[in-house]
Design a protein around this ligand. Structure first.
Ligand code: PLP
Length: 392
């Protein structure tokens, strides 16, 4: 099949919820992907902050093929070694005592909501069920996670969503204080908002949320689906803030590009959850867990994380120094970077294809750069060169 035939087939048979550009990706290596016509793209999307180790990483490939030859899936009815070993690694590298597996970011967040409601109901009764979320936050597109996602346009066609969500303004302590009451069972926040335009939380804001949760016996959930696992240059974004949540949700890069999510939690939360309170056929299967074990081991290396911080500083510095009249602000942490423009980000994303560059928007005017964490300085220079040419 040639490129156009593949595109026609997709248009004929696939539900059209994603508009896609008119090329077909075929293979990848490192930080570059190639289309069916042999064109190369420097990838600053990485599967939307997923492919932390890029494409074709030999360690991940080895973990995948070794486990694939042994056991792919047996359900959660049985023990498997990768499932248990990965949980140990996630606990040892974080605040957590226990791990619950999920299949993606949205399902990890919905698991966390269930655990929070379970915890609150057991201690305080059914009235304590409200989840506080924030303007600009993004937690997924399922009924519960969408209810906690401040996007009226995404929500409206699917009402009624999960009830019991209250919104407060992001980075606004008094708004959070107003939203908090004894009916709140959990507060969910992204330490660095990704989809909402790459906005880091202020350290004092996260610290205030911690205090408010403690005061009301509510659980603090950090959604690190996008900003976790090395993206900010810390293994977990909360480690850069020094504010510790009760639960942390992770997904995107966890299994190096295979679908997997997880909820990390303290023993206090785990004690409230009972057998069969929640379940999933696929979550935490041996194949994805074996790959995730390798990914977490690689990404948690302090030298790797230090390099992410240094490369992030370098890329942000170079972008700020471009002096393009279209760039209003460059912000972010590590390799989670937002470039605020005075023109629609979608136009730049589109124009970048011809320059061999993949980027993605985060809101109408923010261009998001989330390359594989293994990007080299030479590749960063090339990204800046291509972006500069296209902005000119
Ligand atoms: C912070 C955050 N939470 C949750 C999600 C939902 O993850 P998924 O698409 O894997 O369901 C996303 C996806 O972009 C995200 O960025």
């Amino acid at each position: 099949m040639n490129t156009q035939e593949i595109i026609n087939l997709e248009h004929t048979y696939v539900l059209q919820v994603y508009p896609r550009p008119d090329f077909v990706l075929d293979h990848g290596r490192g930080c570059r992907v190639y289309d069916t016509e042999g064109r190369e793209y420097l990838d600053c999307v990485a599967g939307i902050a997923v492919n932390a180790l890029g494409y074709g990483d030999p360690d991940l490939l080895q973990a995948l093929t070794e486990q694939a030859g042994k056991l792919w899936h047996v359900s959660n009815l049985y023990h498997t070694a990768p499932h248990a070993r990965l949980a140990k690694l996630l606990c040892e590298t974080s605040f957590a005592d226990r791990v619950h597996y999920a299949n993606c970011g949205a399902s990890a967040n919905e698991s966390a909501f269930k655990f929070a409601r379970r915890y609150a109901r057991d201690r305080h009764g059914p009235d304590k069920h409200v989840i506080v979320a924030f303007t600009g936050g993004f937690h997924g597109r399922l009924f519960g996670s969408l209810a906690a996602t401040d996007r009226p346009k995404y929500q409206e066609p699917f009402q009624p969503l999960m009830p019991g969500v209250r919104f407060a303004r992001f980075n606004d302590v008094s708004s959070a204080e107003e939203a908090m009451a004894d009916d709140v069972c959990a507060v969910i926040v992204e330490p660095v908002q990704g989809e909402g335009g790459v906005h880091p939380a202020a350290p004092e804001f996260l610290a205030a949320l911690r205090r408010l949760c403690d005061r009301h016996d509510a659980l603090l959930i950090f959604d690190e689906v996008q900003c976790g696992l090395g993206r900010t240059g810390h293994l977990w974004a909360y480690q850069g803030y020094g504010v510790v949540p009760d639960m942390l949700t992770t997904a995107k890069p966890l299994a190096g590009g295979l679908p997997m999510g997880a909820v990390l939690m303290t023993q206090r939360v785990a004690d409230a959850v009972h057998p069969f309170d929640h379940a999933s056929t696929f979550a935490g299967g041996p194949l994805v867990a074996a790959v995730a074990e390798k990914l977490v081991a690689r990404v948690s290396d302090p030298a790797f994380l230090e390099a992410v911080r240094a490369k992030g500083d370098y890329l942000r510095g170079r972008l700020a120094a471009l002096g393009s009249p279209h760039i209003r602000e460059v912000r972010g942490c590590g390799l989670l970077i937002g470039v605020e423009l005075d023109i629609p980000a979608a136009d730049v994303v589109k124009a970048a294809y011809a320059h061999g560059l993949l980027t993605v928007g985060a809101g109408p005017n923010v261009l998001r750069l989330v390359p594989p964490l293994i990007i080299t300085y030479e590749e960063i220079d090339l990204v800046v060169e291509r972006l500069s040419a296209l902005l000119r």
